[in-house]
Design a protein around this ligand. Structure first.
Ligand code: NCD
Ligand code: ZN
Ligand code: ZN
Ligand code: ZN
Length: 371
């Protein structure tokens, strides 16, 4: 299969390439004389991954399911997600993990990673690729109560939900043990400053679009939205101290929100907002590639990324303006703080492992894989 004349967005610039795909993987890139599907120079982002998604499901399928969340992902150009374990029941033992895995295998529209939650008993977690710990309060009751030093001594990659106190502790333990650490949703200037000071290859940091954009107290999310100085510090370090933008898609019903639930849906505004940042020159396209494709791919999977031998995942986009309307979301959570916003850049076609899964109108389900 040959995809011709794509303008691929990479951290080294936008490159016009033909891409040869074999068995769903990138076989070669360059210029080929053979006939193929002509993309007429369309801008294309390879391997868009949202590293922070809550799909709910299980007993909370009234507010979101793996099916609706991953369909939502594909509809807005996200070909891979990493799911968080604060489900009900939580993903914190082998039995539930296997249930989750089966559900993803049957229902998912995009490729996925499944986080495993460790709260206390460290004996369970061997064999799991992604570990998530909660060091401060949020949705679900998964506060970590075990021995952090011991947890880090296993040298398994750990993602954390924390305030600055826990971030400091984990950064120090990551350095002590050489353990990979991913800091979820960094939200304050002090956190950015601290991480910047100690950052090394093992330490990665993430920010959400809402922490970049929304004023303090305008939405009930964890961590809290910051002040102007916090947002400025986050913007300044995009692509430097901050490696990844992720949505923290956290669906709830309207009723639950009224009762004070933390979190907002975000998977359907994740790529559109970050694309808009690039089209309106708030970040470069090189930085966009790093933040939503190359860095998350490197962190979560050896199968993903824009390289020969990796999965042929491509999101084809167009520089066109449209208006966010959450009533049209595939997610069950049909509200958004970005409603009514005029965004530049829409998703035209989505290709997952060489197959067209979205053509601008219809979403198609193929067998999806654990990343
Ligand atoms: C998330 C949720 O609802 O699952 N809430 C949120 O405010 N972001 C949990 C989390 O990531 O803290
Ligand atoms: Zn969190
Ligand atoms: Zn989180
Ligand atoms: Zn979250």
């Amino acid at each position: 299969m040959l995809f011709k004349n794509l303008n691929v967005v990479t951290s080294r610039g936008i490159k016009n390439w033909d891409i040869l795909v074999e068995n769903g993987k990138i076989r070669d890139m360059g210029r080929f004389s053979a006939k193929g599907t002509d993309f007429n120079g369309s801008m294309t982002i390879p391997s868009v991954i949202d590293m922070h998604v809550h799909c709910r499901d299980f007993s909370q399928d009234y507010k979101e399911t793996i099916e609706t969340a991953t369909k939502a992902a594909i509809s807005k150009g996200v070909t891979g997600i990493v799911e968080m374990p604060n489900t009900a029941p939580p993903v914190n033992n082998k039995e539930i993990f296997e249930k989750r895995r089966t559900l993803f295998k049957e229902k998912s529209y995009c490729d996925y990673g499944i986080n495993f939650s460790v709260t206390e008993d460290l004996s369970f977690f061997n064999g799991y690729k992604f570990i998530k710990i909660f060091l401060t309060e949020t949705t679900g009751k998964l506060l970590f109560k075990g021995d952090l030093d011991r947890l880090f001594s296993y040298k398994k990659p750990i993602a954390i939900h924390s305030d600055i106190k826990g971030i400091k502790e984990c950064v120090k333990l990551s350095i002590k043990h050489g353990t990979k650490l991913h800091v979820c949703h960094v939200s304050t200037k002090d956190e950015v400053k601290f991480i910047k000071k100690y950052k090394n290859e093992n330490i990665t940091a993430e920010v959400t679009p809402h922490h970049l954009l929304l004023p303090k107290d305008s939405e009930n999310v964890k961590p809290d939205l910051g002040e102007k100085e916090d947002r400025e510090a986050l913007w300044k370090e995009l692509g430097k101290t901050i490696d990844v933008i992720a949505s923290d898609h956290a669906p709830h019903t309207g009723e639950e929100k009224k009762r004070g639930a933390y979190g907002i849906p975000g998977i359907e505004t994740f790529l559109p907002l970050t694309l808009d940042f690039a089209f309106r020159k708030k970040i470069s396209f090189e930085n966009l590639a790093l933040l939503i494709s190359e860095n998350p791919s490197k962190i979560v999977s050896d199968k993903k990324g824009f390289e020969i031998g990796k999965d042929a995942d491509f999101t084809v986009i167009e520089e066109k303006e449209w208006i966010v309307d959450s009533r049209k979301f595939c997610s069950k959570s049909k509200f958004s703080p970005f409603d009514g916003m005029n965004l530049k850049g829409i998703v035209k076609t989505v290709i997952l492992r060489g197959k067209t899964v979205y053509d601008g109108k219809k979403i198609k389900k193929i067998n999806c894989k654990e990343m």
